[in-house]
Design a protein around this ligand. Sequence first.
Ligand code: MLC
Ligand code: AMP
Length: 503
Amino acid sequence: MPKKAVNPLYDALLKPHTQNSNSFLILEDGQRVSYAEFIQLAGQIANVFKSIGVNKGDRVLVKVAKSPEALATYAACIQTGTVLVPLNTAYTPAETNYFIADAEPALIICDPDEETSISKSLENPGTHLLTLTDNCSGSLVDSIDRNTAIAETQSCSADDLVALLYTSGTTGKPKGAMLTHGNLLSNGQSLVDCWAFTEQDVLLHALPIFHIHGLFVACNVALLSGCSMVFLSKFNLDSIIDSLSKASVMMGVPTFYTRLLEDKRFNENLTKHMRLFISGSAPMLKQTHMAFEQRTGHRVLERYGMTETNMNTSNPYHQERKIGTVGLTLSDVLVRIRDTDTGQCLGADLTGAIEVKGPNVFKGYWKLAQKTAEEFTDDGYFITGDLGFLDQEGYLTIVGRHKDLVISGGYNVYPKEIETVLDAIDGVTESAVIGIPDHDFGEKVVAVVVKQQSTSINETDLIEICKTKLAAYKCPKQVFFVDALPRNAMGKVQKNSLRQQFS
Ligand code: MLC
Ligand code: AMP
């Protein structure tokens, strides 16, 4: 690797901190990892990649618990020009195998418990496999200990890939969204400005690091501003309540906020020193916003993004935060609303399809050129699949989704994927999966099933079978049996009517 190479993300996120002794991560047990130590760790992991021959453009698939080492793997990917493929730890072996086959990683880093099953299913015998636990052990850690940190960085352009994040679709098959150095850098910089982050901030981080929210939005903003993060392994009410006194900013999905509001310990006293609460990944109900403001005096700042686009809009930090909206377009992003039938661009207050253009928008779907083309307009806007309107002042309100999607606790569930599993079960004639309002998760996944007359299969059986094939968060929380699914004249299942019936 050339010593003084240009590497957009390394140069902006990591290089400024090589001698920085300030805390980057504050762990649950009080241990601290300084910026310099974090970069040293990343350099050691980069050396592990180099020693086994994992090179620029190679995919590094990571399915491990949240830890400083897991986060440093992302930094090592930046440094080496390799492409991080982070996976939800909840995925079943079948789901994991799909991602491995599609991403064709040169290196897989997984929990030791999964090592045997993953290695047995590997189609490419040349794939390297290393392990990492949540308490800093495993073969990756052994390799880190044997390797000194390297300082050299791989030369990369803004257009080079740094991550592949899988997101499902209406076809039910997950697609890898290709994100570049330029995408992440431009978005991170916009967010630091928009949310007024400085090195004085301490960000309370309880999100998973396998989605853009916890990984890029949170960590890139921290690295760019030089602030610290209280790095919790997951969302846990007691840990959040204990950690709030150390923090100045918190980021979360709406479920974080509804759960906090249910706890009497969460009050104005606990939050008066905080400067900002940010929410996104799913709609926050007006009543949650209002209850939060009443309890703490803080108005949650809501923003809107997606895996393919990073963040698009945000309520402002200094000006008015309008409840029910996802705010104003970020400085380098274009958002427009188009009529879903005529394709005409719509003016203020008119609802249509939300389309987005800018340096934040991904490069395309991995190995799916045709699918990529279908998701963009001729003039280069990405069709988000969300429906909404811009008001006279430019604030965006999301009113619904054109895509068949359920968002449960901030996780996306694509009904088609669950329906495919249900429909293949003996005794099931057909199924429709919908989201219905849920106090905790915002929406919860339920299935409406037509079963064969001869079968004795019941709700528990169906949920249990789903859990063997799908990550538990995707599985229906309830199953309703009906004689027939309501269909329109075209034969399409009328999910709106099911949602009304079962909500
Ligand atoms: C966990 N479970 C869920 C669930 N999370 N079920 C439905 N929806 C969810 N979100 C299930 C588990 O499978 C398990 O089921 C049971 O609940 C308990 O699991 P847990 O791990 O103890 O759950 P918990 O810790 O309470 O997790 C809830 C949560 C978590 C809200 C803290 O889901 C979470 O951290 N969500 C954040 C997701 C996120 O980061 N989204 C960003 C996407 S990026 P069982 O059956 O085994 O008991 C994006 C773009 C953007 O959208 O704009 O940001
Ligand atoms: P994902 O594909 O996981 O990145 O999820 C992106 C989707 O989450 C978007 O297309 C929206 O439908 C939804 N989303 C993200 N933020 C918000 C928000 N603040 N309000 C409503 N929906 C949101």
